[in-house]
Design a protein around this ligand. Structure first.
Ligand code: DAH
Length: 341
């Protein structure tokens, strides 16, 4: 008995094959129903009782060793087959794909408008969003205490009563006229701010594009022709425009520009309030006193200016019914414009 157990113990301890088949053979050989340990236990049963006392423990230890061996070899097999699996990469699998962002509809429209004016010699200029009273109001003929200032509800800056968030990009006109010599042909896109309640139609932050042309002998006819060119480039080559008299402190005469949109369906009725005409911008001849305020000789030079809201035009172009969608940055909304324009 002793030598048998010893021999088996040695065999169990030295066994170290690492294939699933060999381990299974080993298990059957030792621990199977007709395995070596079963035989050993049967031999053990036949022993006289004092012998039993002697061999019970070593036989049980042998069984435990064999069981542990099988368990540990199986574990090794499993973990090595896991790492084998991760080594076997599937090079034919489709890639995950990098999600591309898309341009914001406001930027799409802004870029298109800027391009249209760049083609006829306008350059692009910018000014600060926090602006002083002079550039936002006074130089543009909004005298202090003048009711025209109430046309635009202003966000003031607490630290300095002279500062405000600009209410329009017309402030950039002033900066350009102060720093450049005519001829000046510039458009100024940018963000503007008004202390207004947020609703489907208006927001306290939005974008404008300002246009300015100053030279000798600039006339209202130049303004009209430039606006017609713009409207036909942007809305289509047969587009008609009309100018309605209006009022802005910094232009004289002033006008509101409408584009003929049509009245083909219910949406057209809603968008044009039943007139077929869409209001797209304000414009006018720069008031001579504004030229003088900015250091440009109003006897020698004249000019025109115009200003339009980018969100409104983007909403018309893309049939967006709520301006707030343009500020929420909801990806599902923005993704729709990845192939626009
Ligand atoms: N600044 C005006 C506004 O925010 C828009 C505007 C009207 C700009 C007429 C102009 C202009 O340059 O000539 O409502």
């Amino acid at each position: 008995m002793e030598s048998k157990i010893k021999k088996l113990l040695e065999d169990v301890e030295s066994f170290n094959e690492l294939t699933a088949e060999k381990v299974e053979d080993f298990r059957i050989k030792y621990l199977g129903r007709k395995g070596l340990l079963t035989t050993l236990f049967n031999d053990f049963k036949a022993l006289p009782s004092d012998e039993k006392r002697k061999w019970g423990k070593p036989i049980n230890e042998l069984k435990a060793k064999a069981t542990n061996k099988v368990a540990s070899l199986k574990e090794k097999l499993n973990s090595s087959s896991d790492s084998e699996k991760s080594d076997q990469k599937d090079w034919t699998r489709e890639g995950l794909g990098v999600k591309l962002g898309s341009r914001h509809p406001v930027n799409l429209v802004k870029n298109e408008i800027v391009n249209i004016f760049e083609r006829i010699g306008f350059n692009v200029s910018e000014g600060p969003e926090v602006e002083d009273d002079w550039h936002n109001f006074t130089a543009l003929n909004f005298p202090e205490e003048h009711p025209a200032r109430d046309m635009q509800d202003t966000f003031f800056v607490e630290r300095n009563p002279d500062w405000a968030l600009r209410t329009h990009t017309s402030s950039v006109q002033v900066r350009m006229m102060e720093s450049e010599k005519p001829p000046i042909r510039t458009i100024s896109p940018g963000r503007v701010f008004r202390n207004e309640a947020i609703s489907a139609r208006s927001h306290c932050i939005f974008h404008q594009i300002e246009g300015l042309y100053i030279d000798e002998n600039v006339s209202f006819a130049d303004l009209k022709q430039t606006l017609l060119y713009f409207a036909q480039e942007f809305f289509g080559k047969d587009t008609k425009i009309r100018l309605r008299p209006s009022y802005f402190p910094f232009t004289e005469p002033s006008a509101e520009v409408d584009v003929y949109w049509g009245l083909k369906n219910e949406v057209d009725y809603r968008m044009t309030k039943g007139t077929g005409w869409l209001e797209v911008m304000g414009c006018g001849m720069v008031d001579p006193s504004v030229l003088d305020n900015c250091g440009i000789d109003s006897k020698k030079y004249s000019g025109y200016a115009f200003g339009m809201g980018v969100e409104r035009i983007a909403m018309q172009r893309f049939q967006i019914s709520d301006i707030r969608l343009l500020f929420e940055n909801d990806q599902k909304f923005l993704e729709q414009f990845s192939s626009a324009l």
